[in-house]
Design a protein around this ligand. Structure first.
Ligand code: SF4
Length: 379
């Protein structure tokens, strides 16, 4: 049960253990929402009904709302609203704006959304500032229409050097921009269906997603035909244990990477957000060694890495401080470099000397400790 908010004080520490990275002996961590609601249009879609049946089979009562508007989420203060929203699952139809796909460099050619929101409590969550309103998790009932619509985008989009780095993966679709798939798939089955959809698709395409959860047993054995790349979002233990409330322990994620790689999936690491915490070389070295041990002996291993340093915007900082008022996450503008992104938006990144030393270390240590791993990009 990960419905309870992570301690906003940052004092709560999950005990994770990397020794041996043996497959977990206990069942994977699964979210059980406290409240489940469905909007009327969700009942008009076959996948909406499938989700409802799945939820009811899990013993969850689905509350049918009278209109498409979500109600009963606002509390008496921001903390209460946050806690209520984070423990609510809504089955809805995707907004029309989400059906027109957007390019999503550098992680893929196109972004496809099967849900929005996430029940975990990462203190740096990249959804802060990207999504508006209380952070309710919404899952999309019109999955079949969403997947059918992807054919229009195959072969479209800009050919970039990054796509070239992905070799022959074809048109890539990223399905985890605004959510964490494996936090939700046990409740929806949406990503399992997406994997099978891409597996049956006779075109050069790839489905991609990244996750901080290790609940992959339902994916082993699916007819994926190598057209899905799952990246495990990982970090060094000081970050995963102190800042990633409600996610799977790092050892479970690394074990999941092995399970998927052994099942023939293309796999990857999203190492994010990289932070120069005290002793970072030693801690990230331990992470790379644990991954190397986990993929040792995997036949035909196809492993990539995406390296993303921590950054924040004025908007995301404000939202995160509202969610986690006593966080220990460093967001000090004085120690950062200010950059302007697309459309002039300001973001704060590490200064050039810190970036150079992080980048140099990751390039050389991945080459040395994980020689089979292709680095897709650094940012
Ligand atoms: Fe945010 Fe990802 Fe953490 Fe979920 S798992 S809270 S989406 S950073």
């Amino acid at each position: 049960e990960i419905g309870a908010p992570h301690s906003a004080s940052g004092e709560e520490v999950w005990t994770h253990d990397l020794s041996g990275v043996a497959p977990p002996a206990r069942p994977a961590r699964r979210w059980t929402p406290k409240r489940v609601v469905a909007t009327p249009p969700a009942y008009d879609h076959p996948h909406g009904l499938r989700i409802m049946a799945r939820l009811e089979a899990l013993g969850l009562e689905v509350e049918r709302l009278k209109t498409a508007r979500l109600t009963g989420v606002r509390g008496e203060n921001d903390r209460q609203t946050y806690a209520r929203a984070k423990s609510t699952l809504a089955v809805v139809v995707s907004p029309p704006s989400r059906r027109k796909l957007q390019p999503i460099a550098p992680s893929a050619d196109w972004r496809v959304d099967l849900a929005e929101g996430c029940p975990a409590h990462c203190q740096y969550c990249y959804l802060a500032g990207s999504l508006s309103g209380p952070p309710v998790t919404r899952v999309y009932a019109d999955l079949d229409d969403i997947l059918d619509g992807l054919a229009d985008y195959v072969g479209q989009g800009r050919v970039t050097s990054r796509r070239a780095a992905r070799r022959d993966e074809g048109t890539t679709f990223e399905a985890s921009c605004y959510t964490d798939p494996l936090a939700l798939d046990h409740l929806t089955g949406s990503w399992q269906r997406a994997v099978e959809h891409f597996g049956a698709w006779d075109a050069p395409v790839q489905l991609r997603w990244t996750t901080k959860f290790g609940d992959v047993d339902a994916f082993a054995g699916l007819a994926h035909h190598g057209r899905t790349r799952v990246r495990l979002s990982v970090n060094c233990l000081p970050v995963t244990t102190r800042m990633e409330g409600g996610t799977s322990p790092l050892a479970e994620r690394i074990a999941a990477l092995r399970t998927l790689a052994l099942d023939g999936y293309a796999v990857g690491l999203t190492i994010a957000p990289i932070m120069p915490v005290d002793g970072w070389r030693e801690h990230y070295g331990e992470l790379l060694d644990a991954v190397a041990a986990a993929v040792d002996g995997v036949p035909g291993l196809d492993l990539t890495a995406e390296l993303i340093t921590h950054r924040f915007t004025p908007g995301s900082k404000e939202v995160l401080l509202g969610w986690y008022p006593r966080t220990r996450l460093e967001m000090d503008e004085e120690t950062r470099s200010r950059k302007r992104g697309k459309f002039g938006a300001v973001k704060y990144v590490y200064p050039p000397d810190v970036m150079a030393s992080l980048r140099g270390w990751f390039s050389s240590e991945i080459a040395a400790r994980l020689p089979a791993c292709r680095i897709l990009y650094w940012t």
